[in-house]
Design a protein around this ligand. Structure first.
Ligand code: A3P
Length: 295
């Protein structure tokens, strides 16, 4: 595969997307070992688009380890399958022994999913976010990891150029988003497509939509509010468990997943030319797809 050296780690191009080597190993093991069940729920996202929020939301809605969010980082409550396979922390027997419905997550693009997920009745929920905020969030996150190794911050402009060129972990961003988008249009009962900005603007409407899709319609407004609060940035960021400790995969601090949690932070980082450049790429990539972003 083509290869790019980064200051913190290397990423490799594989089947049209870029990944760290461990993720490629994890993806291959995931693909050969995972047997989907019809009632599995698989959450999917590219990096920094609201994964943590979606994991917490679904854990609350499905009452799936709900109480565990108070004592565990959302990434340990709902696990990312290719990381588990890369770290050999989940084996096929663990998976087959788990009670239904199973709730998992993946960052993999649609094309890289195991066939049994694509071809079964299992459900997929995808979350995306406007590319400018996604890029800024990724830069901060990446720098937190660099700081742990006492490395200098990665230059913002370099990260911006990598993002625009699609050369970033699980990138190109637009290829990732557009394929899940087109699949969600073809199979609306199989794939629900969510946007971070819509969840921020209309949490009640979006939470009800998500709960109905999961076959767990919420009983009333109180239930809806409970889910919104239970998965909120304000609550999760301030829990002891998320202020301290780190995730086993990549030694990422738990706190790295809770930075600002707002729409529009790109304004504090982008020059006018940068915004114009990424908006132009976005316009060209999304043209004719019916998909748009609020930023
Ligand atoms: P910012 O860096 O802009 O603050 P992911 O979970 O896909 O890694 O994305 C992380 C981004 O989602 C970060 O964005 C983080 O602050 C934000 N986030 C994490 N938990 C959230 C929540 N419960 N509600 C809203 N945003 C959240």
């Amino acid at each position: 595969p083509k290869h790019l050296h980064w200051e913190a780690y290397n990423i490799y191009q594989w089947e049209g997307f870029w990944y760290p080597a461990a993720v490629i190993r994890g993806m291959l093991a995931f693909r050969s070992n995972y047997k989907a069940r019809c009632d599995d729920v698989i959450l999917a996202s590219s990096l920094k688009t609201g994964t943590t929020w979606l994991k917490a939301l679904c854990a609350c809605i499905m009452d799936y380890h709900d109480d565990q969010l108070s004592s565990k980082n959302p990434h340990l409550v709902v696990k990312t399958l290719e990381y588990e396979f890369a770290g050999e922390t989940l084996n096929p027997d663990d998976l087959s022994g788990m009670p239904s419905p199973r709730l998992f997550h993946t960052h993999l693009p649609y094309s890289a999913l195991p066939e049994s997920i694509k071809n079964s009745e299992s459900k997929i929920v995808y979350i995306t976010r406007n590319p400018s905020d996604t890029m800024v969030s990724g830069w901060h996150y990446f720098n937190k990891i660099l700081r742990r190794n006492n490395q200098d911050p990665y230059p913002f402009e370099k990260e911006y150029n990598n993002f625009c060129a699609g050369v970033h972990s699980y990138g190109p961003f637009f290829d990732h988003v557009l394929r899940y988008w087109s699949e969600s249009l073809k199979r609306p009962n199989k794939i629900l497509f969510l946007k971070y900005e819509e969840l921020k603007r209309d949490p009640k409407g979006q939470v009800k939509r998500l709960a109905s899709f999961l076959g767990r319609p919420l009983a009333g407004e109180d239930e809806v509010d409970k889910v919104i609060w239970g998965s909120s940035f304000e609550r999760l960021k301030n829990l002891e468990v998320n202020k301290n400790g780190e995730l086993p995969f990549g030694n990422v601090p738990n706190s790295a997943f809770f930075r600002l949690g707002k729409v529009g932070d790109w304004e504090n980082y982008f020059t006018a030319e940068m915004k114009q450049g990424l908006d132009e790429i976005t316009r060209m990539k999304l043209e004719g797809s019916g998909l748009d972003f609020e930023s």
